[in-house]
Design a protein around this ligand. Sequence first.
Ligand SMILES: [Zn+2]
Length: 179
Amino acid sequence: MAKLCAAGVQLREQIDDDYPDRDRKSDGWIADARHLAKGSSDHIPVDGIVRAIDIDSDLAAHKEEAYALVEKIRKCAKKGDKRIAYIIFDGKIMSPILGWKRRTYKGANPHRSHFHISFTTLGDKDGSYFNLEGEANERLKEDGRELGQDIPSNGTSDLSSSRPRCRCNCQCSSRISLA
Ligand SMILES: [Zn+2]
């Protein structure tokens, strides 16, 4: 029985609290068969723990805040929350390399329909609150595009066939674990 690391459960719950009506179609956590075959993804359980989540970038009533939300997570990591290993969104990867600077992501999937967050082993059992406050709803200034405009509603996810739901089938995406 694989389960999501405590930090992943906590961060997803905080995002759910902030965006209760958000789209969850591109959400994911545990790797599907295709990813298992490829063999390198934080979505693959290690010692029964999955250390990654995907969050659909369609925040419904707050679509324009996807960049701001990723920024809050990036700043939280930069300020020293070492449970966050790296973040990928919209062709950019953010990690401790170059002090959490946004760098071009060269992977096959540019991660537009969702953003990916990987966690370190420090997050396995540490589900304490992520400090995402600070500069509320700050928009990226370096990026002049219309924020939130180009999210395809049928966007392809790298985890498209892996959408485990909570057993009550309510789509609440809470503390799911595979039997
Ligand atoms: Zn992912």
